[in-house]
Design a binder for this molecule. Structure first.
Ligand code: SF4
Length: 240
């Protein structure tokens, strides 16, 4: 016979219910989320490294230019760092990203005898996350993006929008740092909601709950949001 649920079980249940409500509200506001096209794992990792500290508008063309100049990853691995840096210049920080990309490719080739990370499909999410975060410049967010989008594993990437919106609506504390946010939110978001939660919070963070001027009056989450209520009572909302 099951014993009474512990306080921890109950609060976890409440957190998951809150996540479900947030997803439902944001689905109504922004529409459903579809899986993006799935590509090779190594492509996703290099694209994720290029996207660090820049926008998709810059990292996307940089990735295309890298592939145009070097149609396969072995060519990039053997190329001088300066040539790689020239190819990815549009992504910014090219002199930091180029040696990082070359080192990643050299290590994979040294360990696996080829330029592929497809074996990660067979690993558990935890094993794959641990493996990817051993590469230079690959933290939990970058690794989670690779595993979610290329492997469709339920690993939640916590980017700046996800972190900010989750803090404001009170899912995590106001002083929770990025690594702690990753751990706490990962426990609250069930596997089949990970993609939707990630994408919807990014949409919301870009469109309404922006860093400097959140549009709380137009927000689908206002009644759930402690920061929105604080702003409302303090009268520091943007004009509606
Ligand atoms: S009410 Fe304001 S602070 Fe809260 S989620 Fe909406 S826009 Fe962000």
């Amino acid at each position: 016979m099951n014993g009474p649920a512990s306080a921890v079980d109950l609060s976890r249940k409440a957190e998951r219910a809150a996540v479900a409500v947030v997803c439902r509200r944001l689905r109504r506001a922004y529409g459903p989320v579809e899986w993006p096209q799935q590509g090779p794992v190594l492509d996703e990792l290099i694209a994720a490294v290029l996207s660090q500290n820049t926008s998709d508008a810059n990292s996307g063309p940089a990735f295309e230019e890298l592939r145009r100049q070097f149609p396969d990853w072995d060519q990039v691995r053997r190329a001088p760092v300066a040539r790689i840096a020239a190819a990815i210049r549009q992504a910014g920080l090219a002199n930091r990203k180029a040696p990082r990309i070359k080192e990643i490719l050299q290590r994979i080739y040294g360990e696996r005898g080829g330029s592929s990370l497809e074996f990660l499909h067979e690993r558990t999410a935890g094993e794959a996350l641990e493996y990817l975060t051993t590469f230079p410049g690959v933290g939990p967010k970058t690794a989670a993006c690779v595993l979610l989008f290329a492997c469709r594993k339920p690993v939640l990437p916590v980017d700046t929008h996800v972190h900010r919106v989750a803090q404001r609506i009170g899912l995590i504390g106001p002083r929770t740092d990025a690594n702690q946010a990753h751990r706490e939110l990962s426990g609250m978001v069930v596997a089949d909601r990970v993609l939707e939660f990630h994408i919807q919070l990014i949409r919301h963070g870009r469109a309404v709950c922006t860093a400097r001027r959140p549009q709380c009056r137009d927000c689908a989450l206002l009644d759930l949001c402690r920061e929105g209520r604080r702003r409302l009572s303090a009268g520091d909302l943007e004009p509606g």
